[in-house]
Design a binder for this molecule. Structure first.
Ligand SMILES: [Zn+2]
Length: 710
């Protein structure tokens, strides 16, 4: 490396002096937002039926008559955020290292895989929201998988895929031409299943929490991340110790270093300085919370008790459409024939003799999720819809509009909504203040205050019968305290603290300690999205500090969202569920194994059925643990993925047989099926069991409080 070229490259001039330090391939997708030139009279953009016909010509070279003169290079055609941010990053790399450092290819829903220079006529087509079978058929017609495979035989140092779920489906993973360079897929959590779990495929999770951490709209975040990456490579804005990106070396070395090992970890470490401090993911905050030795420094708190100490504490569970098929046949894996959604499905509280919660929480965005549900709830009212007699709380689901400037609702309409649907509790309209929105924290704080004030005034004037709950948002113990004091002044008897779902347990303690002194004997205090029992008695401490209700779905959802703790026991045990995924032709896992040629479809089906049989035989004492493990792990072995980890987790759960020790309705009826990770009817039922366990532990904790009170 000559000093001269290094300096030039760093300053972004005369990159043509030297070949680029590597070659990057980018695959991105078309966006709905396009730069369409004004078309002549009676001319219209091409529609899907003009492009998705059965002809086997290349749409790119087809003659579209009058529209021909309106062709625009694909790289310039799209105006979506992802594309614009991405191209800015690409441009920066090219200015620094020369044009050939990056190849950009675009998956167009109208024309298939095209290069950025390819002129395209104006068209309006997208894969988003199409059923999978249709996407697969169209992508075949447009030769997308064939063209991608051809591209994969080229030599690159690394490829980035910035594709939404539908577009990922269209490219036919895994590639039949195995690339000899790392492929990084920037995609949402729900797309993880589409990305093969082995070299050279790498999944880089880009989720809602990242959108908050990077303070960037989720729609364009993948492009934004690439742009940040390019900026850090060319001229780092942030220096952090321990990253490979050192400011005292040139841009060429920085890109060269990255391309030596272009892994998700390297990519994320380069962009991570742009994650603002305090904006951490839920998983991170959970990890942090569990690391802190809570009870070593709590001794001093024990004496403090809020004035409302005599009131009971209640657990609400948020509704996330947690329904199962009551007639599901676990032996044949078939559901009830002709089952109608909602009508023929049941909630956890219809399965257990007693509900495993004191109340339900419905957010407006989940109530109005789809026309059918909206209509049903309007007609029946919220209690009849949920088939639930205990209290139901309604809120506006502030997380659904967290990125909006202001909430999309008016107080008047929300009051009518709570009243007409028969809610017992209605929460004022708030706007979340989390670190990503600290630049506008005062605005959001005041907006939340004003809404709460208007809410209780109109509630009184209109003679509403539900109990109003005023929400406090804040960014420090002091601001929460001020907000709560004001709410109580205005006449609220029930207040709630929002924005703490991701806070560390100790941060919550600090806020509650500030708030507790302003509460009176008959004040109720709700904690949104927070439940803890890692250390055992967090809830007890929350209660001492004035909390009388809280909500959380995390015990339920960990049944299928957690990698290794899916089944909880009353004594605080946590177990992994045994994964036996259904084998069907379009399963990404199955396709990947078939593409590798390690087994035939029939063989995989046989392994799946044998795994089910083995677990059931083990449960009946007919099979020993080693044989059971061997059979169970056959597919994992083929996949060479997670084999050792699964073996250890499964051995533990099989040895302990926790499902045999639970007498809850679900476990006594399902037996070993409850521990099998497979489809909604097993997984969600396991979540119901977890909620049962959590609630039982929570009730016992509260009982200890009753007895210690006197
Ligand atoms: Zn159970």
């Amino acid at each position: 490396m000559s000093l001269l070229s290094n300096t030039f490259a760093y300053e972004g001039v005369r990159p043509e002096l030297e070949a680029p330090p590597g070659k990057i391939l980018i695959i991105t997708s078309c966006t709905k937002d396009k730069m369409i030139p004004p078309l002549g009279p009676n001319l219209h953009q091409l529609m899907p039926d003009q492009l998705w016909d059965e002809q086997d010509d290349d749409r790119v070279t087809r003659n579209f008559g009058e529209l021909e003169k309106y062709r625009v290079p694909a790289g310039q055609l799209y105006r979506g955020r992802q594309h614009l941010q991405l191209m800015q990053g690409v441009e920066l790399l090219r200015q620094t290292f020369g044009h050939t450092v990056v190849d950009v290819k675009i998956i167009s829903a109208g024309f298939g895989l095209v290069s950025e220079e390819q002129p395209l006529p104006p068209y309006n087509a997208t894969f988003a929201d199409l059923p999978s079978s249709k996407i697969l058929a169209i992508s075949q017609r447009l030769c997308i998988p064939q063209k991608i495979n051809h591209l994969m035989s080229n030599s690159y140092d690394c490829a980035f895929f910035l594709l939404g779920d539908s577009y990922l489906l269209s490219i036919g993973l895994p590639f039949s031409q195995k690339p000899n360079f790392p492929c990084l897929f920037l995609a949402g959590p729900s797309s993880h299943k589409r990305v093969p779990r082995r070299i050279p495929y790498y999944f880089v999770r880009v989720g809602q929490d990242d959108s908050i951490a990077f303070s960037y709209n989720l729609v364009g975040l993948k492009g934004q991340l690439f742009k940040l990456f390019a900026e850090q490579v060319v001229a780092p804005l942030y220096q952090i110790p321990s990253t490979m990106l050192k400011g005292d070396i040139g841009a060429r070395e920085r890109l060269g270093d990255f391309l030596k090992a272009p892994t998700p970890q390297q990519f994320l470490s380069i962009v991570s300085p742009f994650r603002q401090s305090g904006r951490i993911s839920m998983a991170q905050s959970r990890a942090l919370a569990t690391q802190s030795p809570l009870f070593t420094n709590l001794k001093g708190h024990d004496l403090k008790r809020a004035k409302n100490y005599g009131r009971p504490m209640r657990y609400f569970i948020p509704d996330w459409e947690d329904l199962v098929d009551p007639g599901y046949d676990f032996m044949t894996d078939t559901g009830t024939k002709g089952k109608v959604k909602y009508r023929d499905e049941v909630y956890a509280h219809q399965i257990y003799k007693e509900p495993n919660y004191d109340g339900l929480l419905f957010s407006k965005s989940t109530v109005e999720d789809g026309e059918i549900k909206t209509k049903l709830v309007r007609e029946m009212g919220i209690h009849a819809f949920a088939r639930f007699e205990k209290p139901i709380m309604g809120d506006c689901g502030a997380f659904s509009y967290i990125t909006h400037e202001s909430p999309p609702y008016q107080t008047r309409e929300i009051l009518d909504y709570y009243q007409n649907l028969g809610f017992d509790y209605g929460v004022s309209i708030d706007h979340l203040i989390i670190p990503a929105f600290y630049p506008v924290k005062e605005y959001r704080y005041n907006l939340t205050r004003e809404n709460a004030r208007e809410f209780i005034e109109l509630h009184r004037a209109g003679g509403c019968t539900f109990t109003p709950i005023g929400v406090a948002q804040g960014w420090s113990p002091e601001t929460y305290k001020q907000a709560v004091a004001e709410l109580l002044d205005w006449g609220y008897q029930y207040v709630a603290l929002g924005g703490l779902a991701r806070a560390k347990t100790e941060e919550i303690y600090a806020i509650l300690e500030a708030v507790a002194p302003v509460l009176s004997q008959d004040t109720d205090l709700h904690l949104f999205g927070v439940a803890r029992d890692r250390e055992g008695s967090e809830m007890l401490h929350f209660r001492r500090l004035g909390v009388t209700s809280f909500d959380s779905a995390s015990y339920l959802r960990r049944a299928w969202m957690s990698a290794n703790t899916n089944y909880f026991t009353e004594d605080g045990g946590r177990y992994a569920a045994i994964r036996i995924s259904p084998v069907y032709p379009s399963s990404p896992r199955v396709r990947s194994l078939l593409a590798d040629g390690v087994a035939t479809f029939e063989q995989l089906q046989k392994l799946e059925q044998e795994a089910l049989k083995a677990v059931r035989a083990y449960d009946r004492g007919m099979l020993d643990i080693e044989t059971t493990l061997d059979v169970l792990l056959e597919i994992d072995k083929l996949e060479e993925y997670n084999y050792e980890q699964h073996k250890a987790l499964y051995r533990k759960v099989l040895e302990d047989k926790p499902w045999k020790n639970c007498s809850c309705e679900i476990c006594s009826n399902l037996g070993v099926e409850v521990i099998i990770f497979r489809g909604n009817d097993r997984n969600r039922r396991r979540g119901f069991h977890n909620t049962h366990v959590f609630y039982k532990r929570f009730r016992e904790l509260m009982k200890s409080l009753e007895t210690s009170k006197g």
